[in-house]
Design a protein around this ligand. Structure first.
Ligand SMILES: Nc1ncnc2c1ncn2[C@@H]1O[C@H](COP(=O)(O)OP(=O)(O)OP(=O)(O)O)[C@@H](O)[C@H]1O
Length: 543
């Protein structure tokens, strides 16, 4: 048996099987990615075309597909050798199967990841390559490697179109000497060697894409690291950093003091007063006129008029479902306008008017990037596969063309500014909620925003972690940053806001300085809301 196992005749057949598998798999995966994206497209025709292809290919025997190709291609004047025909046949078949595996992987990534990338001005392709696919890999890899091993074994059916691969060669030997067991066991062992090598590659890749793994041990492989979001081969960690779980952050009180001090010492004030803003301080910067939005039949915003002056901190309060987040997301065009107008520093963000209605422009991602509007989300939305520092440098490098060295320096400064200088190399899941939210603020600040939007930034935090995030926000407001904050933190609104807006059922019910809206609300609806959120002692009740 070992003689057959070492037989060059069988190994040549094995090599043919391996060649067909690797090339067909590579082509199949590329086509599969295209089909998966088509299946996720918003266009019915595109989705249907991909669905139809997958339906036909998965629903018909591969043997028939091979024979069909072998006979059909010459009819079309395309003459290929049998190995090339087999590669095409296997690739077209694999495309259908891998499309569904890849689609499943993409769908397994939380939608918040794309929303965060969108808010940073990252285009669809960049988001897919840098953010979605690296995180989808964990779900994709087992299925794809299953297919690879299946394909390697299935190459034997290519003998029907005269491909002289391993099983076929084993049969040829058996046909001459009738030593079924020894020859087939030897061939089986050769298959086992090849499939084991594929399984090893799978384990290695799965470790690479394991968020729990210690990334400090990985080596920088340059171009591949850059291509795959630093994830296939991660960049070297900044000197002196480690990926150990943080024992704990500084005690909250100490952290808050040091955050305040560090923020004063950095250039945050310079960011907050970026020199490319046209509107002088104190003049209208965000101007919303008659903003309307509906989801289906439900009107969520009923015609909002609001002006936020440059350098102002406006807090929006209101009950759940009143349209606060929707309005906020429309300022940086994470949601499109149905009707009305929002201008930031005199410019619309990502839409123009066609027939009087707002319509998204073609280069939407570029328009959002140019607007430089930073956004912080309730659930942080940090990129889960990137360290704190990588999260912060992603948009400056990929969207704004900052050199990696400059972006890293900026990122280090920003993370230090929010009290996280020791946590630059930590993945988000190793950080507390408060730390994650501070990284998210640093990430938004890294694009040198002209306006900061906060969407309930402390709602997902344990009470003891709220203070550290609010401290950073207070310092930003004090530095002169124009801010629109949706929050239920009444104390923050009272202490920090220049103006408080109260919204209900898609309308602004009342607005004014905090001492007016919070302490002496004019409307019963506002009073009821404030009582509900525990702000029992309204001015009127005190009286
Ligand atoms: N993409 C969407 N599709 C359909 N309905 C939506 C969508 N986004 C929001 N809505 C609905 O619009 C309404 C307003 O939502 P929005 O998130 O703006 O309210 P909110 O005041 O921010 O509430 P909360 O404080 O609970 O976040 C809600 O009824 C919500 O269900």
């Amino acid at each position: 048996m070992w003689g057959y196992f070492l037989s060059p005749f069988l190994w040549q057949g094995a090599w043919i099987a391996l060649k067909i598998t690797t090339v067909a798999m590579a082509i199949g995966l590329l086509l599969g990615l295209g089909l998966a994206l088509m299946r996720l497209s918003g266009f019915w025709m595109v989705r249907s075309t991909a669905w139809f292809y997958i339906w036909v290919i998965r629903g018909t025997p591969q043997l028939l597909q091979l024979v069909f190709l072998f006979d059909a291609l010459p009819e079309l004047g395309i003459r290929l050798d049998s190995i090339t025909t087999a590669i095409i046949g296997f690739a077209l078949n694999e495309a259908a199967f891998s499309a569904e595996i890849i689609r499943g992987g993409i769908l397994s990534v939380n939608r918040n990841q794309s929303i965060a990338a969108d808010s940073l001005g990252m285009g669809k392709f960049l988001t897919l390559r840098r953010i979605i696919l690296p995180q989808a890999m964990r779900a994709i890899l087992p299925g794809v490697f299953n297919d690879t091993i299946g394909m390697l074994k299935l190459t034997s059916i290519a003998s029907i179109i005269f491909v002289n691969e391993l099983t076929f060669r084993a049969q040829q030997i058996v046909g001459q000497n009738f030593r079924f067991f020894t020859v087939f066991i030897a061939a089986g062992l050769i298959y086992l060697v090849m499939t084991s090598a594929i399984s090893l590659l799978q384990s290695w890749l799965e470790q690479r894409y394991d968020l729990e793994a210690d990334r400090t041990k990985r080596k920088d492989a340059g171009p591949l690291a850059r291509l795959t979001g630093g994830f296939l081969f991660s960049p070297a960690r900044p000197a002196g950093s480690s990926n150990e779980a943080p024992a704990s952050d500084e005690a909250p009180a100490v952290a808050a003091t040091s955050v305040a001090r560090q923020l004063d010492e950095t250039w945050l004030a310079r960011i907050a007063t970026a020199d490319d803003i046209v509107a002088p301080v104190g003049t209208p910067f965000v101007v919303a006129r008659n903003v309307q939005k509906s989801y289906g039949d439900r009107q969520v915003l009923a015609g909002i008029d609001l002006t936020v002056n440059r350098g102002e901190c406006v807090v929006i309060l209101g009950p759940s479902g009143s349209g606060k987040s929707t309005f906020l997301r429309m300022i940086n065009h994470l949601e499109g306008l149905d009707w009305g107008e929002i201008r930031v520093d005199g410019q619309t963000v990502g839409y123009d008017y066609a027939g009087g209605r707002p319509k998204a422009v073609a280069g939407l991602a570029g328009a959002k990037a140019r607007a430089r509007i930073g956004m912080v989300f309730q659930s942080f939305n940090l990129f889960g596969h990137l360290t704190a520092l990588e999260n912060v440098v992603e948009a400056p490098v990929r969207v704004h063309g900052t050199s990696p060295a400059d972006a890293e320096k900026l990122g280090q400064e920003l993370l230090a500014s929010v009290g996280l200088g020791n946590h630059t190399a930590h993945l988000p899941h190793r950080l507390s909620g408060g730390q994650q939210q501070r990284v998210a603020i640093a990430r938004a600040l890294a694009i040198k925003p002209r306006l900061m939007l906060f969407d309930e930034p402390t709602s997902a935090l344990d009470p003891e972690l709220v203070g550290e995030v609010l401290t950073v926000m207070r310092r930003l407001a004090a530095a002169g940053m124009t801010m629109v904050v949706v929050t239920h933190e009444i104390r923050f609104a009272r202490d920090v806001a220049d103006r408080v807006i109260f919204m209900d059922e898609g309308n602004i019910v009342e607005q004014g300085p905090p001492e007016q809206v919070i302490d002496a609300p004019q409307h019963e609806r506002t009073r009821r809301f404030l009582r509900m959120v525990g702000q029992v002692e309204t001015g009127e009740e005190k009286a």
